[in-house]
Design a protein around this ligand. Sequence first.
Ligand code: PLP
Length: 446
Amino acid sequence: ASATSRTAHWIQADRDRLIHPNLPADRQDRIVMVEGNGCRVRDSTGRSYLDAAAVLGMMQVGHGRSELAEVAAAQMNALECFHTWELMSNDKAVELAVRLAELAPAGLERVFFTSGGAEGNEVALRMARYFHHRAGRPERTWVLSRKSAYHGIGYGSGSVSGLPVYHEGFGPTMPDVHHLTAPDPYQLQQYGEEGVTDFCLRELRETIERIGPGRIAAMIGEPVMSVGGAVVPPADYWPRVAELLRQHGILLIFDEVVTGYGRTGHWFAAEHFGVTPDIMVTAKGLTSGYVPHGAVLVSDEVTEMITRNGFPIGFTYTGHPTACAVALANIDLIDHENMLENATKTGAYLAQRLAGLQDLPVVGEVRQLGLMLGIELVADKQTRTPLPTGTAPVATALREEAGIILRGNPRALLINPPLVLSRDEADELAEGLYAVLQRVNADGSV
Ligand code: PLP
């Protein structure tokens, strides 16, 4: 069959059979991806795109690395699947746990495996409550989170997420959750550059007093918010939050699902802020998405308390050897090919190329840390009001006109390319963004 008739078949069958996240039923069009290589993907009609989203912020090593396919095949031929429940283990899970303990900030040397980010956050929340329960403090059940946070769609991870769209219509959320203001300097301009952390710390202190420190298990946060808009907090935010939590015996959980494995130029974003959480959740870049996998890194203190009589929960795929083997090979590629350095250098280069966008009337701010960038789009620079349409029409125009794939939240375009992005590809991305963004109007139309 010709490419055209095969594509027509896939699109019709997709419409008839597939439930997509976030796609209204009356949308008829589809883009069917069939191939990838490096930072590029190709659809079933032969059109090539620059994947500036690294799929969903996870494809660190780029598409089409046959080394990872070979490792997966070899592992499937040896032992495709086993688990790490009770006293069972497997060689690849052990080797990966050792490697992760070496990479992680000192003090996070125990590893619990999941198959993704939401599962990791579910585990982290349970570990935090169970830690206090086992320590004789069962009344410590509250979890502090932030507005605009995204932690996944599980019951707990969805409840601590702070974007209203994930709550509306889904019935009661998990009890004992409080959402704080996100440390977003652009949206909190009234407090000035220096005042954002003071404001957030005052709110945190008042919240702890109101709920009662003896009732709070943990605070969870993305070190740099991803879905919430690539929001880089002021440098003193995390150190001061961590200190206050420590004073009150409240655990700190970092969700490094997006920021982990080099996205911001360090192995983990925690290193930027000089803060080590008690629990660190990772997924996505752990395997560059070649197979689904996640790892929760845990302090000795928490591990020892929760495992005394056996931590009672786990998943079917906990410690999956094929996923662990791919993760080990993926980490080697990131390491041997200096992708952290490329994230730092090419990220800075891209930010410099994009700085001029801020002269356009609809571009409020370009933010960047490593290869994690956000472009805040506004209807009005004075009031910092978002475009009434959100950023979706702009993302569509970028794809259709410039062949650039990226996603946006209601306020910001999000740029998370593979960590192998070249200067030429950064230039291509910058040129596409200039061409489209200079035609965006204050009503959001392009
Ligand atoms: N945490 C963060 C910061 C994320 O961005 C995501 C997904 O985008 C998740 C957690 C959820 O991960 P998953 O989709 O693998 O469950």
